[in-house]
Ligand binder design. Structure first.
Ligand SMILES: Nc1ncnc2c1ncn2[C@@H]1O[C@H](COP(=O)(O)OP(=O)(O)OP(=O)(O)O)[C@@H](O)[C@H]1O
Length: 216
């Protein structure tokens, strides 16, 4: 089992009601799912707990059977580096690095930079002609493709994507979505993709919906 959540609740400090109430789910290696839910339903919160960016109020979030809750920041960061890749709606590229530098960045941090792999990924994502450019010289769709390459370069086993196509027009969003799913599936990674789009969610093999703090 790659990921398991057991009876997870999350109440933010000073909030009166929990955002997540008894959420349980499992995800196998290589499994891809879409997570939908109304704005404010707790999708990003759930992703942050899985990504070790925040901790649950109660319950267990475990990756490879290791409960994340007792880990300190360094422990969670180590786990993230070796296992997790995250893609956000805002591309979060480093403006002072070229496309090639941005793509290699996470892999270098994780100590597994492979120039051939970087080049292959860049070419699959249509970034070959742009490797020496800077993020500000690229379109939104191109920037998100750089972010996808950067996330996949260290070969994470679990990719978390929070509205990765939310900033793109529909046609570009479809292309980027297809490329993301194709590349994730080729690497055998698992994927949790948060989206507002029922249309995109319906194209994923599995869908989960968050409502009133619970999964359906
Ligand atoms: N750090 C925080 N402190 C307090 N409340 C928070 C915090 N982060 C989120 N919330 C609240 O928790 C609820 C769920 O937020 P979350 O961002 O997880 O929802 P979401 O489903 O991802 O929404 P959207 O689709 O609009 O991005 C919201 O009511 C939000 O205001």
């Amino acid at each position: 089992m790659l990921l398991s959540l057991s009876d997870v609740t999350k109440t933010y400090p000073e909030a009166t009601a929990p955002v997540l109430r008894g959420v349980s789910m499992t995800l196998q290696a290589g499994e891809m799912l879409a997570l939908t839910g109304e704005s404010g339903s707790g999708k990003s919160t759930l992703l942050h707990l899985v990504g070790g960016l925040d901790s649950a109020t109660s319950g267990v979030v475990a990756i490879d059977g290791t409960d994340l809750t007792p880990l300190d920041d360094a422990g969670r960061a180590a786990l993230r580096r070796g296992t997790l890749g995250v893609i956000f709606q805002q591309f979060n590229l480093i403006p002072s690095l070229t496309v090639a530098g941005n793509i290699a960045f996470q892999a270098r941090l994780a100590g597994c930079h492979d120039p051939d792999r970087t080049e292959r990924l860049a070419s699959r994502l249509g970034l070959g002609p742009h490797l020496d450019k800077y993020p500000e010289q690229l379109s939104g769709g191109q920037q998100q493709r750089v972010a996808i390459a950067r996330t996949l370069a260290p070969q994470p086993r679990l990719v978390l994507a929070d509205e990765p196509t939310g900033n793109l027009d529909e046609a570009t969003a479809d292309t980027v979505f297809d490329l993301l799913c194709e590349l994730v599936s080729e690497t055998g990674a698992a994927l949790i993709l948060v989206t507002h789009s029922q249309r995109l969610a319906a194209r994923m093999p599995r869908q989960l919906h968050l409502a009133s703090g619970q999964l359906t």
